[in-house]
Design a protein around this ligand. Structure first.
Ligand code: PMP
Length: 410
């Protein structure tokens, strides 16, 4: 069993948590959108910029070699963190959105054609909807979505029926950013593979909260963003099985991704992973993401989940006393997400009043409009917890919500 988290001690590593908002101590509960950064991550970027900034892969000089070593070492950290077989299966991207677009435009264009179906779910983030719609529009395919049950679980009957129609791809979210639903990635992958579909998993909300082993899950592609996992913005990861990635055409052309370029004879491409990494990458971002993942691993994934579940359970318990409370997504607290609407109030008004009390939550559709449509609501208030949140902060949040509701109801 892993050691329980000491949130109070962890907070000392996050300078931003000392600040006040609207004259009140900041209570930051917006981790599903982005997490704050520990000093180790901030320092890793600073160290690179102060002492060994140079472009990677291009120079024989010392700085370039040092930068390249750190950059490639970070790739190996990611590989081990998600259990990929080889480091070349880990591609740096600008983020999760960028990674999904890469797969849509490279693998998708080669494997999805007129009349084909791309299967997603109704709980996808727009990042795992729109790239597929754009591809479908271009090639004459169509996008179908598995229904979501009232409690926020995937509708298994609907899934089985839609898989039986033989989609080319099943792209689904590991953990929903709006509902907190944790999908059984391994079982869904097996089911989709049995139906002949390739599998892409959006792991943005899973990697910050739980151990992920892509080989155990068995998926073909797995993606996540750095900034939700205590790392920098502008960096993300595409994992793909080597055989698939090798067969894929590069998506973006330019420097870094070539073998040889000739006007007369055309261009040959570099091998993996570089053929998907055209141009100068986000070097400090990659290095610091490696540091963030090691830092997170040091806390113990079991301890992280236990802590966040405890916070989410306490929040749910406290909020339940509010008249007219409706939780959206009630299957799991494992990802530390509590989403809700309150009768007679608008999520935006609750969010604004919480902000005036120093509490940062997200309100709106959370880039999951089909889900809002499913529940017939304009948006939710979403509190999402991180490793340094405390039970005291949960109580502050609940009290602030009670106060906001009282004010709005007059
Ligand atoms: N998928 C999920 C489930 C997310 O929560 C998010 C970010 N809210 C994304 C994809 C997109 O991530 P990014 O904006 O970092 O590309």
């Amino acid at each position: 069993m892993s050691k329980a988290l000491d949130a109070a001690a962890l907070r000392l590593q996050f300078p931003i948590l000392n600040r006040e908002v609207n004259g009140k101590p900041l209570v930051y509960l917006d981790h599903a959108a982005s997490s704050q950064k520990p000093i180790a991550v901030i320092e890793a970027q600073r160290e690179y910029l102060m002492h060994y900034h140079a472009n990677v892969h291009r120079g024989v000089h010392a700085l370039s070699q040092q930068a390249t070593d750190a950059f490639e070492n970070a790739r190996t950290i990611v590989q081990h963190h998600i259990g990929a077989e080889e480091s070349c299966e880990t591609i740096w991207t600008g983020g999760a959105t960028d990674a999904i677009n890469l797969v849509a435009q490279s693998w998708g264009r080669a494997h999805i054609g007129a009349g084909d179906t791309i299967l997603i779910t109704k709980m996808e983030h727009h990042a795992n909807i729109v790239p597929w719609q754009m591809l479908a529009e271009e090639v004459g395919a169509h996008v179908e979505a598995v229904e979501v049950l009232e409690n926020g679980a995937l509708d298994e009957e609907d899934l089985a029926a839609k898989l039986a129609k033989g989609p080319r791809l099943f792209a689904f979210v590991h953990v929903s950013n709006t509902l907190g639903t944790v999908n059984d990635a391994k079982a869904l992958t097996e089911q989709a593979h049995a139906a002949g579909a390739t599998v892409l998993i959006d792991g943005c909300q899973a990697v910050p909260h739980m151990d992920v082993d892509v080989q155990d899950v068995g998926c073909d592609f797995y993606i996540f963003s750095g900034h939700k996992v205590y790392g920098p913005t502008g960096i993300g990861v595409l994992y793909g099985k080597r055989m698939l990635l090798e067969a894929m055409r590069p998506w973006r052309g330019g420097g870094e991704m070539i073998d040889a370029v000739s006007i007369e004879n055309g261009t040959t491409y570099a091998g993996l992973p570089h053929k998907f990494e055209a141009g100068t990458p986000h070097i400090s971002g990659a290095i610091a993401l490696g540091v963030a993942l090691n830092w997170l691993k040091g806390l113990g994934a079991g301890a992280v989940m236990d802590h966040e579940m405890m916070l989410a359970a306490q929040a749910r318990k406290g909020l339940s006393s509010i008249e007219g409370m409706r939780f959206i997504g009630t299957t799991s607290e494992a990802a530390g997400v509590v989403s809700f609407v309150i009768e007679g109030t608008h999520p935006y008004d609750i969010g604004t009043l919480l902000d005036s009390q120093g509490v940062a939550v997200r309100t709106g559709h959370h880039c999951t409009q089909p889900l809002m449509e499913r529940y017939g609501i304009p948006g939710t208030v979403r509190a999402s917890f991180g490793v340094y949140n405390t039970l005291q902060e949960v109580d502050t949040f609940v009290a602030a919500t009670v106060k906001a509701v009282r004010m709005l109801r007059g």
